[in-house]
Design a protein around this ligand. Structure first.
Ligand code: PLP
Length: 415
């Protein structure tokens, strides 16, 4: 009935506000898999263009009246290519997971073997049996691990590739601490006739900000990503490549393959996000890394077991804590949630924690967007350390909220 509808609508509005309160006032978001959009990108998402048709190519749309939408698509793709120093950008990609599926479809056939990083170095399920690689019919063999570098072991990869003849080798993960040996992987791939896909779901921000080597420049044939993590754009995916044949295959996979109409509001928001990277990207990326390194050091100073302590913790916007002491990564995340910190578990090349993950992942994209800088790190690290060691983490929540409420202005965004 009408009354029920009103009640449900009110409830949904209240839940949206509750979510904003959790993420923007009550808690510090330490999760690198999310971000806040710039206000002008957020505004264009609700501008009404998203429900208009967009089927077909710019200049040759099926439905009429789409001149404006055509121009948005062209601008968005051009800006994405520019930001990633790529010749081609495929923007009609609904998510990072589907970016990987598009990449698998562009490089492999069902029945082929691929090599991908395992979960112990942050490998993502999309590259494996349960994810879109497996659903597309690919057989995934786990890459050998260089535990110190938190990456693929090149010596082991060379002999594995000779054994299993992969069609594709993937690099990049849900946690990336040190640069991956992309050029060496490309070398190995060339020797066995495989392609290289770099999954930059998380690294795209610091790649866009020129603070991490660009995998395309190092030889990756294509780079997939999520647009709403470190990139700070709308929820979606993106693929860039310098390879004209690859671009043509991706284009056909995007349309008429896997999408028909594609949300023009999302494309417009992505374009505005790319402008933020053009104008502020270098500073934002550098600051994300600086704050991550300071946070890792501050947490280690408080006797938390930060991973890779002997190697300087991290070279990226992410870091990890060895979570066995806290009952596992998800258990630690639930503890932190009570104290007002949002994070989640991750795999580390360490002994397993039964029933949980053995690492806790932390990242700085959202902290830095809200103005957290190195000078604020000691106070935040002290609260995190206390939350992970106290018996009553919920008692810290008011202190965390009071601190969080001081950071209410967005940084490194235009408009
Ligand atoms: N690849 C990696 C390495 C990821 O961490 C994620 C995270 O979710 C994905 C792909 C999938 O991205 P999305 O959530 O945008 O589908």
């Amino acid at each position: 009935g009408v009354q029920d509808s009103d009640a449900i609508a009110q409830r949904i509005a209240a839940l949206a506000e509750e979510n904003r309160d959790i993420h923007e006032r009550a808690c510090f978001n330490l999760n690198p898999a999310t971000n806040v959009m710039s206000p002008r990108a957020e505004a264009i998402l609700s501008s009404g263009i998203g429900t208009r048709p967009s089927l077909g190519y710019p200049g040759d749309k099926y439905e009429m009246g789409l001149e404006a939408i055509e121009e948005i698509e062209v601008i968005a793709a051009a800006l994405c290519a520019q930001v990633f120093d790529a010749h081609f950008a495929e923007i009609r990609v609904p998510s990072g997971a589907l970016a990987n599926l598009f990449g698998f479809m562009a490089t492999c056939n069902p029945g082929d073997t691929i090599i991908a990083p395992p979960a112990s170095v942050g490998g993502h399920v999309t590259h494996h049996t349960a994810g879109c690689a497996g659903l597309f019919g690919l057989k995934t063999v786990a890459a050998p691990v260089d535990a110190d570098g938190y990456t693929i072991d090149i010596v082991g990869l060379r002999s594995l590739a000779q054994d299993v003849h992969p069609r594709l080798i993937t690099v990049g993960a849900s946690l990336n601490l040190f640069e991956h040996p992309v050029a060496a992987v490309r070398d190995i791939a060339d020797a066995v006739g495989a392609k290289v896909l770099f999954d930059a779901a998380h690294q795209c921000g610091i790649i866009a900000g020129r603070a991490w080597r660009n995998p395309l420049a190092e030889g990756a044939h294509l780079m997939t990503m999520s647009t709403y993590k470190s990139l700070g754009g709308p929820a979606g995916g993106l693929i860039v490549t310098n390879d004209a044949d690859m671009a043509e295959r991706l284009d056909a996979i995007a349309f008429p393959g896997m999408t028909a109409n594609f949300d023009a509001a999302k494309s417009a928001a992505l374009a505005l996000t790319m402008l933020d990277w053009v104008d502020h990207g270098t500073a934002y990326a550098a600051k994300m890394i600086e704050v991550a390194q300071a946070l890792a050091q501050a947490l280690a100073d408080r006797d938390l077991p930060v991973f890779a302590a002997d190697r300087g913790f991290t070279r990226s916007h992410q870091l990890a804590i060895e979570a066995a002491r806290f009952g596992g990564g998800q258990a630690a995340s639930k503890t932190l949630r009570k104290a007002g910190f949002l994070a989640c578990g991750i795999g580390l090349p360490l002994p397993e924690v039964p029933g949980d993950m053995n690492g806790l992942r932390i990242g700085t994209p959202e902290l830095v967007r809200w103005g957290v800088d190195v000078e604020h790190v000691p106070e935040i690290a002290a609260l995190i350390a206390e939350a992970l060691t106290t018996d009553a983490p919920e008692a810290l929540a008011p202190r965390t909220r009071a601190l969080r409420e001081r950071f209410q202005t967005l940084h490194f965004v235009g408009g």
